[in-house]
Design a protein around this ligand. Structure first.
Ligand code: DX5
Ligand code: ZN
Length: 221
């Protein structure tokens, strides 16, 4: 499976976002990962649809929008209108609203012709989302608790990546994107790829690298 690297602009300098997007594309990134935080589902606030709208004309790469927000349905139209290519919502944010909210949200994203994903925190068993695998283009296994870049990778989450890949294969979705997010570094990338993840988010690894192109190549290799 093709390995894709999705640098997270959370680790970029927000006053130079255009440059950061251009730099990652030139360095060989496959997607731009946009970490949207609302100060409620997670403590910090980052940015909303306006940021996505502003960076959209700067790159051909797909914009991978990771919504760490409560009530994601209220924001889908803004991200869709801004030019998002993938919108991922959190299992926990949806489940606390109602049993059917997650499925409805995925259907809403698809109604805009955009790929959809579901994210699970390190303490959510992957089995909890097996029922939505057929509705998803991507599953996002969080390898840190969301909220901050630069955290340490939680190795126990690799077991969930393996289960997710095995379940995808078993259900005829072997080519499904399985993304991992948090603490991805050149040092642990091989173990992560071997576990079955094919989309690797990398914030600090890319933005703190003296040579982002080399780092991206090493994360893929
Ligand atoms: C965490 C975010 C991640 C994070 C990744 O809440 O969802 O995308 O920015 O950053 P690193 O790679 O530095 O862990
Ligand atoms: Zn993220």
């Amino acid at each position: 499976m093709k390995i894709k690297i999705a640098p997270s602009i959370l680790s970029a300098d927000f006053s130079e976002m255009g440059k950061a997007v251009n730099m990652t594309e030139e360095a060989g990134a496959d997607l731009i990962h946009c970490d949207v935080m609302d100060g409620s589902f997670v403590e910090p606030i980052t940015f909303g649809g306006q940021m996505v709208k502003n960076i959209r004309p700067l790159t051909k790469l797909p914009l991978d929008c990771h919504l760490m927000i409560e009530h994601p349905q209220t924001q889908i139209k803004f991200f869709a209108g801004a030019g998002a290519d993938i919108i991922t919502v959190h299992y926990k944010a949806c489940k606390k609203i109602s049993e059917g909210y997650l499925k409805d949200t995925l259907a809403m994203i698809k109604s805009f012709n955009i790929k959809c994903g579901v994210a699970i925190n390190p303490d959510v068993p992957v089995e909890n989302i097996y029922d939505v695998f057929p509705l998803c283009d991507m599953v996002l296994v969080m390898s840190v608790y969301p909220g901050y870049g630069g955290q340490k990778f939680i190795p126990e989450t690799l077991e969930k990546v393996k289960k997710a890949r095995a379940y995808a294969v078993k259900t005829g979705r072997g080519d499904m994107d399985i993304e991992i997010d948090g603490g991805v570094m050149v040092e642990n990338a091989k173990t992560i790829r071997d576990a079955g993840a094919n989309v690797l988010v990398a914030g600090s690894a890319v933005f703190r690298s003296p040579d982002p192109a080399k780092t991206i190549a090493e994360l893929k290799r």
